[in-house]
Design a binder for this molecule. Structure first.
Ligand SMILES: [Mg+2]
Length: 249
């Protein structure tokens, strides 16, 4: 039995459509370390920065973990200062991956195109604007880091509003523990883009992976523009995989 047609493709933003790791994450960690010291963390900015970088991606709540490390009088206040500084910031002059706009435009010819991102909604919307991607999406979904619904809940709510079945949705993103896990739990198709901050994390069994988002074109059965564009690696694990989905009508 072949996989159902993909009628909507949900894209993650950070490290999927632009190099967030290089362009945003480093500066944001430095600003957050400074804010945590100003809020009372008993350490230098350099020490807090080192702790943030060491614990990033390992701790479920990085700001809580770093605040606890330095035993300040008000750890909740310190954590909140770090969280605010990290997420509520001007992204600066960021640029998308060179192929991102073209991939979104071509996917849009055959499917609904949706953005799903976690962070501070005004910051994430500003990123989309600066990246020149405002017109690329039919729907923009932001999981508010300060509200903490989680991407699965946001996806579930969106899905209910569309009338689509979960199997008709393809989720494309870099984080196995976030959008990819949410897609699998909801019964959606998933394509993992392996790069950026979380590149070392393994791809779940059965999920194809690729170094960049151009692989979605091959996944949907669309021709690649560039001869060097990667196709999804369906042998990243030994688990059985579904056949490629045909393009939506
Ligand atoms: Mg991401």
């Amino acid at each position: 039995m072949s996989a159902p047609s993909v009628r909507a493709v949900v894209f993650d933003l950070d490290d999927t459509l632009f190099d967030c790791w290089t362009q945003c994450v480093g500066p944001a960690h430095r600003e957050a370390a400074k804010a945590m010291v100003e809020a009372g963390a008993r350490a230098s900015v350099g020490e807090v920065l080192d702790a943030r970088l060491a614990l990033a991606g390992l701790e479920k709540d990085l700001d809580d973990a770093v605040a606890a490390t330095f035993r300040s009088v008000q750890p909740v206040k310190v954590a909140e200062a770090g969280r605010r500084a990290f997420y509520d910031r001007d992204p600066g002059p960021i640029t998308p991956f060179p192929f991102a706009r073209d991939v979104l435009r071509r996917v849009h010819e055959v499917a609904r195109v949706v953005l799903l991102s976690m962070g501070h909604p005004p910051t994430q919307r500003r990123k989309v604007e600066v990246l020149g991607l405002t017109d690329a999406f039919d729907d923009v979904l932001v999981d508010d880091v300060f509200g903490r619904r989680g991407k699965e809940e946001v996806l579930r709510g969106w899905l209910a509003s569309t009338g689509l079945s979960p199997a008709e949705v393809l989720v494309v993103g870099d984080r196995p523990d976030a959008e990819i896990a949410a897609a699998l739990r909801l019964g959606m198709q998933a394509l993992r883009v392996r790069g950026g901050e979380f590149a070392a994390r393994p791809t779940p069994p059965g999920v194809p992976e690729s170094p960049d988002v151009r692989a979605v074109l091959a996944y949907l059965g669309l021709p690649a523009d560039a001869p060097d564009a990667p196709a999804p690696d369906r042998d990243a694990t030994s688990a059985p995989r579904p056949p490629p989905a045909p393009p939506a009508p």
